[in-house]
Every structure is written in structure tokens, then in C-alpha cells.
Design a protein around this ligand. Structure first.
Ligand SMILES: NC(=O)C1=CN([C@@H]2O[C@H](COP(=O)(O)OP(=O)(O)OC[C@H]3O[C@@H](n4cnc5c(N)ncnc54)[C@H](OP(=O)(O)O)[C@@H]3O)[C@@H](O)[C@H]2O)[C@H](O)CC1
Ligand SMILES: [K+]
Length: 502
């Protein structure tokens, strides 16, 4: 495949697989999958000093076949391989039957899934081939117990195609609290990459993801509607500055927020906007409580009611509250039809007020909305659990309903366009789960819009840079525990400048 950042749904992959199976000998794809998995396992095991015992979990379908094939490869490479196959073998699909015969011939040791050796052996690695894209219900009973035991082992776990128990499309654990999934350190996924490995629980359960295409050419794939975020997707809007420019060249940002007692949120967004390149930044507070920002004297303070929203990019929401005054001024900012980022309480107001929704739909200027899952649930009149159950569908629904580029925050932030295009972000870490981090993202998004970045690229760049800054800080020991949102701002400025000059 040429498009290395493309993501496909299970349905799409099934179609590609069927077409490929029709044109190659049966069993060839499974052999390729098993070989790719065996090679990766072997490579990962090179750094281990343990006696190289590998436990292979094989399931009742073709994912189990892949695992049995990988087991044969590793036996042939001289490792000590133990296989547990806790299912009747006479109902294995034909290809998996062949893989079973080869595994038996390789003299791998078969052990029962309740053998105490599973929890007492110091395994160098576990290979998870219980279920792949054919998982159809929550994993329960003895298999649930087996997976709980495996997750406690503390050794590297290589999942084949998908960590068993994870929905490959959504990244949710199938069956939610009733289900369970393998918590892999590595996943080798077949034919094409899958969205569920990169959002919701995906990042925690899949670990490092490798794609093995099984030699299926890119021409067999439909155009992808989902991609992983990458600078190539937005680089064209982050260009070096021309010499012959002035502050007016980089736009004004006004942060509409800061109700009484909540000015800090607006200050964080405004500082982010200033340090990410906006020409001039105004803190447009509802409350008359901020004279100036002593840490960032470049910021200008105005009463929200005195701003001309037709001449500025607006970041609406940080610390805005849901008062009548907030609602009225938000309405003015929306109808001004200038670039707009809508965050926090501005989203809550829109969720409650059909009149604001109508105004939003009448806009033609750039609009980015940045809900976290609870705000998304309010906007779509549903529950957080429903949103998290299918984050991609939720982001698409928001983008379509409000005709706005949507940034659905959370692990594996989803960026969706009204036409259904989706990008999943790859940067960021739990350090971002801190108060004010959303305000910084909103301010950064506003700064990029003010500098002329189109809304789609601005959203992709903002999310990517915000996460990358957190990753860089964590590498230096500043977080994940205790990273504060304000610390992100200078780091975002650094990674932004590096990207522009690099
Ligand atoms: N076909 C090929 O050549 C290739 C396939 N690849 C690999 O195959 C899997 C997909 O294989 P598939 O057989 O469709 O599905 P699975 O192996 O994931 O699992 C299906 C079986 O699991 C049973 N099942 C489903 N959920 C549960 C559950 N919660 N508890 C117990 N059993 C469950 C299901 O039973 P049903 O009753 O639902 O029918 C099936 O028996 C793919 O992921 C790849 O790893 C490779 O890509 C190579 C080419
Ligand atoms: K698996």
C-alpha cells in the first residue's frame, strides 16, 4: 500500500481480503500473516535475556490460524513454543486446520488453558491469536479469566491483527465492563491499519502498531476516508514568514470567556494564541475583573460586549459560563461570520439553545468545535458512554449536524469534517488530562486560523502540535504527572517553529 497513514474499516478490509483470496492460493495469506508475525516476534525477542519460551494463544477462527502459523515459524527458528487452543479443533476454518497440522508437525507443546504453567512460567512473550476482526460479542467465562491472567504476566504481548476483545473499528472493548481485552505491548495488524487501534481504548491496548500488508497491492483498496494525523496533511499551511510583514499580517484573536471567577481559562487560551503567532490577542471577558495579564503584558483586555466580532478570529468558550449575557454575546460572535473556535461553555450553550444552533448553521466562515466526550454528549443529546462507544461516528455526527470541523478530544483525538473525512491524532499522552489543556488547544486553533490556515488544516495542526508538545515535555520528565496546561504553551511554540523551519 502506498498510503501508509490510511485507516480502513473491518468491512472494507473483509472486501479487500475476499478479492485477494480469489486471486491467490488459499492459505497463502495466512502463511504471510504468520510469517510476518513470527518475524516480528523473533526480532522483539532478540533483546530478551530470558530463556526464550513463548506462549501462543490460538482462537477458533482464522486469527487462531495466524497464531498457529506464527508458532510453527518460531519453533523452526529454535524457540520453545507452547500453544493453548481452548476450542474444539474440528470446527476450525480450513486454512486454520492446515496451520494446526503444521504446528503439530513442528513439535510445539500444546497445553490446556487452565494449566498452572500459564501463570507460573516466566514467558519471554505471549502471542495473542484468540480473536481478530471476527470477534462478535463480549469475551466471557474461562476465556475472560485466561485474558485476565495473561494481562497480569508483565511480559511483552504481541497481538495478531487486533488485541482480542477490542473492537477494531471503534477502539472500545466489546461488551464494555462485561468484556475484557488483551493488553498488548505490540500489535501486528494485517492487510491495513484499523482505526480502533488508535482511539478510545486502542492506544492503551494495542501498544506499538506495525502494519503487514500481506503483499496486497494498494490498487485493491478503495480511497480511504480515514487517516492517521501527520504533518504532511497540514504542512502547506505552516510556512516560514516573509520578511515584509507586520502584526496585522497575522490576524487578531479575541478570546470570548472569563466570566466572574473563571478568567484563568480565557487567559490560558489567550496566552496560547499569542505564543502561537497571532498578531494581536484580546481577552474579551464577561466580567470586568482583568486589568492586564502581568505574565503576558502583550495581551489586551476588553469587555466582551465592546469587541467588534466582525474584525477578529474568535475563540469562544474558555471560562464563559452559561449566563444570559454569555449566550447573547456568543450569538453576536457566531453571526459575525468570522473564523470561530467554539469550546467549553460555548458548546454547552449551543447544546441548549436551538436559536444558537440556527445561527451556527447560517455561517459560511471557518468554524471549529472542540468538544470533550461530555460536551459531545450534550450536543448530540446522548450519553458519554454512547460517544465513547463509537468516537468516530460521534465526531462525524457532530461535524455533519453543526457543519463544523470537529475535534473530539480524548485518547486518539478524532478530527472530522462535515463530508465525513476523519483523521485520528497520533501525538499526546495522559499529561494532557489536566485542567486548562483544552483552553490551550482552543487558543492555538484560533491563532492558526487568524494566521490564515484553512479550518481543516488548522484543526489537524493544532491537535498534532498540542500532543507533540506534551510528548516532548514528558520525554524531559515534565509530566505526565503534574504537567500544567500553561507549561504546554512555550513548548507548542517550539515544536511549531521546528515544523515550520524543518
Ligand atoms: N481469511 C484469511 O485468509 C485471513 C485471515 N486473517 C486473520 O483472520 C482473522 C479473521 O478471522 P475470522 O475467522 O473471520 O475471525 P476471528 O478469528 O477473529 O474469530 C471468529 C471466531 O471467533 C468466534 N467468536 C467471536 N466472538 C467470540 C467470543 N466473544 N467468544 C467466543 N468465540 C467468539 C466466532 O464464533 P461465532 O459463533 O461468532 O461464529 C468465530 O468462530 C483476522 O483478524 C486475521 O487475523 C489474516 O488476515 C490472514 C488472512
Ligand atoms: K488477536
Amino acid at each position: 500500500m502506498t498510503d501508509t497513514h490510511a485507516l480502513y474499516t473491518v468491512n472494507e478490509i473483509r472486501q479487500v481480503e475476499q478479492a485477494a483470496l480469489a486471486n491467490s492460493p488459499s492459505y497463502a495469506l495466512m502463511q504471510r500473516a504468520g510469517t510476518a508475525a513470527g518475524e516480528l516476534a523473533y526480532e522483539l525477542l532478540q533483546s530478551t535475556e530470558k530463556e526464550r519460551r513463548v506462549l501462543v494463544l490460538a482462537g477458533p477462527g482464522n486469527n487462531g490460524g495466524d497464531a498457529l502459523e506464527a508458532a510453527s515459524q518460531l519453533m523452526n527458528a529454535g524457540l520453545k513454543v507452547f500453544i493453548t487452543l481452548p476450542f474444539p479443533t474440528d470446527t476450525l476454518p480450513a486454512d486454520a486446520q492446515q496451520a494446526l497440522q503444521r504446528a503439530k508437525a513442528s513439535k510445539a507443546t500444546f497445553i490446556a488453558s487452565d494449566d498452572p504453567a500459564i501463570s507460573s512460567t516466566d514467558w519471554a512473550m505471549v502471542i495473542d491469536g484468540l480473536f481478530g476482526i471476527g470477534l462478535s460479542r463480549a469475551i466471557d467465562g474461562p476465556l475472560h479469566e485466561l485474558i485476565a491472567t495473561i494481562n497480569q504476566l508483565g511480559c511483552p504481548i504481541l497481538a495478531l491483527d487486533v488485541p482480542s476483545g477490542l473492537n477494531a473499528d471503534t477502539g472500545a472493548i466489546v461488551g464494555d465492563d462485561a468484556g475484557i481485552a488483551i493488553q498488548a505491548t505490540h500489535t501486528i495488524t494485517f492487510i491495513a491499519d484499523k482505526a480502533g487501534l488508535h482511539t478510545c481504548e486502542g492506544r492503551d491496548f494495542a501498544g506499538a502498531v506495525t502494519v503487514a500488508t500481506l503483499d496486497i497491492g494498494g490498487e485493491r483498496f478503495p480511497p480511504a476516508s480515514m487517516h492517521l494525523n501527520h504533518p504532511a496533511l497540514f504542512a502547506k499551511c505552516l510556512r516560514p514568514r516573509r520578511h515584509n510583514t507586520h502584526k496585522g499580517s497575522y490576524g487578531d484573536v479575541s478570546v470570548l470567556g472569563g466570566a466572574h471567577g473563571m478568567v484563568g481559562a480565557a487567559v490560558l487560551a489567550a496566552r496560547a494564541a499569542a505564543k502561537c503567532g497571532a498578531g494581536r490577542v484580546f481577552i474579551a471577558c464577561l466580567a470586568d475583573s482583568l486589568l492586564y495579564d502581568s505574565m503576558q503584558a502583550e495581551l489586551m483586555s476588553r469587555l466582551a460586549s465592546n469587541i467588534d466580532y466582525s474584525t477578529t478570529t474568535t475563540v469562544a468558550g474558555p471560562g464563559l459560563g452559561t449566563s444570559r449575557l454569555a449566550r447573547d454575546i456568543l450569538g453576536k460572535a457566531i453571526i459575525a461570520n468570522t473564523p470561530l473556535v467554539i469550546d467549553a461553555d460555548a458548546l454547552n450553550l449551543i447544546g441548549h439553545e436551538p436559536a444558537l444552533q440556527e445561527k451556527l448553521l447560517a455561517r459560511s466562515a471557518a468554524t471549529i468545535i472542540t468538544p470533550h466526550p461530555l460536551e459531545a454528549a450534550r450536543l448530540l443529546a446522548t450519553t458519554t458512554q454512547q460517544i465513547q462507544g463509537n468516537r468516530i461516528a460521534a465526531a462525524r455526527a457532530l461535524a455533519g449536524t453543526f457543519r463544523a470541523t470537529t475535534i473530539l478530544k480524548g485518547s486518539g483525538t478524532v478530527i472530522a469534517a462535515p463530508d465525513g473525512t476523519v483523521v485520528l491524532n497520533t501525538t499526546g499522552n495522559p499529561a494532557l488530562a489536566t485542567a486548562g489543556s483544552g483552553d490551550v488547544l482552543a487558543g492555538l486553533s484560533g491563532a492558526l486560523l487568524a494566521q490564515g490556515c484553512p479550518e481543516w488544516e488548522a484543526a489537524l495542526a493544532a491537535v498534532y502540535l498540542h500532543g507533540l508538545a506534551a510528548d516532548e515535555l514528558v520525554k524531559r520528565g515534565i509530566g505526565p504527572i503534574g504537567l500544567t496546561a500553561g507549561e504546554l504553551i512555550p513548548e507548542i511554540r517550539s515544536v511549531l517553529n521546528q515544523l515550520v523551519s524543518g
